[in-house]
Design a protein around this ligand. Sequence first.
Ligand code: SAM
Length: 357
Amino acid sequence: MGENVVSEKADAMLKGQAEIWETLFGFVESMAVKAVVELHIPDIIHSHGSPMSLFQIISKIDSPTDETDTKCLARIMRFLVRKKIFTVQTSSSGAETLYGLSRSSKWLLHDAEPSLAPMVLMQNHPWQLAPWHCLSRCVKEGGVAYEKAYGCGIWDFAAKNPEFNKIFNDAMTCTASVAMEAVMGGYGEGFGRFGSLVDVGGGNGNTMAAVARAFPHMKCVNFDLPHVIATAPVHEGVSHVGGDMFVSVPKADAILMKWVMHDWNDEDCVKILRNCREAVPEKTGKVIIVDVVLEQEGNGLFDETGFLMDLVMVAHASGGRERTELEWKIILEKAGFPRYNIIKLPALQSIIEGFQE
Ligand SMILES: C[S@@+](CC[C@H](N)C(=O)[O-])C[C@H]1O[C@@H](n2cnc3c(N)ncnc32)[C@H](O)[C@@H]1O
């Protein structure tokens, strides 16, 4: 074997080793981001209005103790600067390091819109992390990760656990605002044609609130499980209805379903879609699905996250999955929507319209 071949092999082994080190510590980045969100660091820098030194940041942290560890925060910030979550610069005196918000950490503000902070806290909560440890068992034994971790699916877990219900619904509320900005931009006028619209599995009703604001003439219904509706806030122009989409859904000109189909396997999706078909007028009624459309070779901004979300569905959903265009076509056809149209959005999700003829 030539020397070159040996060194190429050694080089490939070394690169592989480095890649696996990074991969096996993949969780570190999420945990560091979760820590700064819990400490409200992005909010502190945002309120200050310009980059801050570590000591300025620490002085604003809520309920500091005698043991508050500036050096620990320095290490977290140093790592997140490398990851481009925060920016760094030297003060004009040259004596201090100042930390600022990057385009990423602007998405980590509490009580701001748009924000993904509640989603960071929900996805990285110990309750959501436990089912991930059951992934290999899902392969070997089949079944649902959440049930293996807790003996029940995520919706029953939320119904029994008000604290988790709130954490989950807050995360859905923030992601609904983010997605709805893209939906209203890319599809908004499409809603204007309907006299009534039902959001099936609409959570807190934030999605419908955005539609009702844009189209005050429309009858807007937010439909979800009773325990979700019980804590949903009042939104002008939106009526909340509790129920089970596997039994029936309220009647309307069209049905909206955002981030619902991906929670379920194909058989369940067909059942839900058939109930939607029952609820809309024959021939003219349609279903508007807002969900990921996977593209195996896609290299768009959100394509990688689509594949991450597919595994999130293994960990958290009851047989759910993200779908390719062909997979969407198959379930829509089975449920009585033989024609479909996909509208790409500048967002993680696309719009998949299903027509009855
Ligand atoms: C992933 S969340 C999406 C929430 C919202 N559409 C959004 O995008 O923010 C799925 C929603 O489906 C609701 N859901 C689950 N099972 C349901 C059922 N059988 N009937 C009605 N809603 C259900 C959940 O309570 C939850 O609010």
